[in-house]
Design a protein around this ligand. Structure first.
Ligand SMILES: [Zn+2]
Length: 280
């Protein structure tokens, strides 16, 4: 093959790989250069007390993340719900807490956020021991699908934002699953930087997961909701809720586990919840 043609084809391949990401970054920069709308600031003030507790630099980061998130993700109202800016900003603000200090990543697989007015019913198939499949329905407040959708109950999204120190947050829960699903099926081990990090993560989380199961079996009170003991994926989602909402209790009762999440999220909620408790 003539050298010129080969060079041309190489350039075409390189351009098709790199240009979309360069263009995407350029578009994100332009979005973030826009002023944060005053009406959105009011929504944060009214709906998300957590925002006030964040240090100023993280508040600024969060606003910029929200701006891009709202533009890039499609919000779909379900069961007659009409999507408003208030819904978009309240969801984006909680979802983007998990992205702080990780600037290049906006849940790349996620395309749509489906919003129901309240709890929603989902058809479910279950096989018994003999392999006989029965069909039923299940009531959900939220779901995260690895195919690129998150489903949320608006009432519970609002409640999650309003009560920011009870260790329960539907949006953080579902978006933690979405982080876990970046590599495929949710397993409780999201993408980590290297093999040693995976080993440490696996060691600490397995120990804590099994300890939780033992404590629940004995009826011992636990910081983490019993739902965390369902499987390792739910464990990661539930402890993420507690990490953001009850950092002090978490760090005191489970220091090694807190350290793992602090390192994964590149955040230390303990440092700001000490000085500006989200309780106020
Ligand atoms: Zn879950």
């Amino acid at each position: 093959m003539p050298i010129l043609l080969l060079t041309f084809l190489t350039l075409v391949v390189l351009a098709s790989v790199f240009l979309p990401s360069v263009w995407r970054q350029h578009r994100r920069n332009r979005i973030q250069q826009q002023p944060f709308p005053a009406s959105w600031r009011q929504i944060l003030k009214r709906r998300m007390p957590y925002f006030r507790a964040l240090p100023a630099d993280l508040q600024l980061q969060l606003k910029k993340l929200i701006q891009v998130f709202v533009v890039e993700k499609q919000f779909v109202g379900c069961a007659g719900l009409v999507v408003t800016d208030e819904m978009k900003v309240t969801i984006a603000a909680q979802a983007c807490l998990l992205l702080l200090n990780k600037p290049l990543h906006y849940y790349p697989k996620l395309q749509q956020i489906l919003i129901y007015p309240g709890a929603f019913v989902v058809p479910a198939k279950q096989a018994d021991a003999a392999g006989v499949v029965s069909e039923s329905t299940q009531v959900h407040l939220g779901q995260s699908w690895q195919s690129g959708q998150i489903v949320l109950s608006w009432v519970d999204t609002l409640q999650s934002a309003a009560i920011c120190n009870d260790g329960h947050n539907l949006v953080i829960h579902e978006f933690a699953h979405q982080l876990d699903q970046l590599k495929g099926l949710a397993t409780g081990a999201p993408l980590l930087s290297n093999k040693a990090a995976y080993q440490e993560w696996s060691q600490v989380l397995s120990f804590e997961f099994e300890q939780l199961q033992r404590q629940l079996a004995l009826g011992v009170p636990t910081l983490f909701d019993a739902y965390a003991a369902t499987n390792p994926a739910e464990f990661f989602a539930v402890i993420s809720e507690v990490f953001f909402e009850q950092a002090e209790l978490f760090a005191t009762q489970h220091p090694a586990l807190y350290q793992q999440l602090k390192s994964f999220y590149a955040l230390d909620p303990l440092s700001w919840q000490h000085t500006h408790p989200v309780l106020s």
